[in-house]
Ligand binder design. Structure first.
Ligand code: N2P
Length: 338
């Protein structure tokens, strides 16, 4: 009898222990780590944290059924794709009492009109980070990536939609263009650029820029500002042709084992003090209005981080291209192996 009781208590104990965890899968360099440890202390929930560097990597992981994640951060168009593929849990909005801090303009977006699956986390855009001590030209255009002077010193994001968006914008097309003739033109341009390319790389390109192994990289605004803080010879520019603007979101993947913990975590991230701490570390804007008074002035007043519409009028949100995605994927695979 005693042994049964012991086993029973052991099982209860283990399952209780398992409940106090949360598996978080986020973009690299997209959180203030002290916010994670403070959450663990405050809620007694241990966070297991893992990172990715593109929406497509996140999608592939979820489609493979691996990871066991409870919280993920897909961009706008990826929320649509994931919702359509039944990869997201519906959120219990009532549990998210801090949603009131979010700017109304960011609620009920076209990619999730009923706010069923996603809560906006950050927003930003893609531009060029470069070394002012190595680049003598004035940079205002994506075309700098085709300048032979910077051969083997340029890096583009390892991100299909970002790379084609850049080429489409140079050619005067939309980032969501689906004309195969335009794709062929973009492909030609990008094949030509490979002569000057060191590597397609999203995360490590920042280190390459810091160590001067690269001079010019395609990079997201906040990630660029994070390295600008480490090296005053790094600058960031918004190219005149435009490119992608995004809203990244907090979601719960289908079948998440710790949904309640996930909702506690999401509500915690929506707290003004927590949001402000994250913004001050990652240098991306968040639609959390109540956080603004606690955001550092140099971030709040920076037009690249909090841009006005005029500055980014040529910037577009990525849309799901439906079946055409596989056509682009084929071109991307070909481009990378070229
Ligand atoms: C985080 C980059 C996320 C921006 N390092 C792209 N959505």
């Amino acid at each position: 009898m005693k042994i049964y009781l012991f086993v029973f208590l052991l099982i209860i104990g283990c399952s209780k222990k398992n409940e106090n965890v949360l598996y978080v899968y986020n973009w690299s360099d997209y959180i203030d780590e002290t916010v994670l440890t403070d959450f663990e202390k405050e809620y007694g929930i241990k966070i297991i944290y893992d990172t990715y560097s593109s929406n497509e990597e996140l999608l592939a992981k979820l489609q493979a059924g691996s990871g066991g994640y409870d919280v993920i951060f897909p961009s706008d168009y990826m929320v649509t794709i994931m919702a359509q593929n039944s990869l997201l849990e519906e959120l219990n909005i009532k549990s998210l009492t801090n949603l009131k801090n979010i700017d109304q303009l960011f609620l009920n977006p076209t990619y999730d009109p009923e706010q069923k699956y996603s809560i906006p986390y950050t927003s930003g855009l893609t531009g060029i980070a470069y070394r002012t001590d190595l680049v003598t030209d004035e940079i205002d255009s994506w075309k700098i990536f085709w300048n032979a002077k910077y051969k083997n010193k340029t890096m583009l994001l390892n991100d299909m939609r970002e790379v084609y968006a850049m080429a489409f914008k140079i050619l005067g097309y939309s980032v969501n263009d689906t004309d195969p003739i335009h794709l062929a033109e973009a492909q030609k341009l990008l094949i030509d650029q490979k002569k000057y390319l060191k590597k397609y790389e999203s995360d490590m390109s920042k280190d390459f820029l810091l160590t001067k192994e690269a001079s010019i990289i395609q990079q997201w605004v906040g990630d660029s500002y994070q390295i600008m803080e480490q090296d005053s010879n790094i600058a960031f520019v918004i190219p005149k042709e435009g490119s992608i603007k995004f809203t990244d979101n907090i979601c719960i993947p289908k079948g998440a084992k710790h949904k309640e913990n996930a909702e506690k975590f999401i509500n915690y991230l929506l707290r003004p003090d927590i949001a402000a701490r994250i913004i001050n570390v990652i240098s991306y804007s968040m639609p959390n209005l109540a956080a603004l008074p606690m955001v550092n002035d140099e971030i709040k007043n920076d037009k690249n981080i909090y841009p006005d519409e005029e500055l980014i009028k040529k910037y577009e949100f990525v849309l799901d291209l439906g079946e055409y995605t596989s056509t682009m994927e084929k071109a991307w695979t070909e481009l990378k192996s070229y």
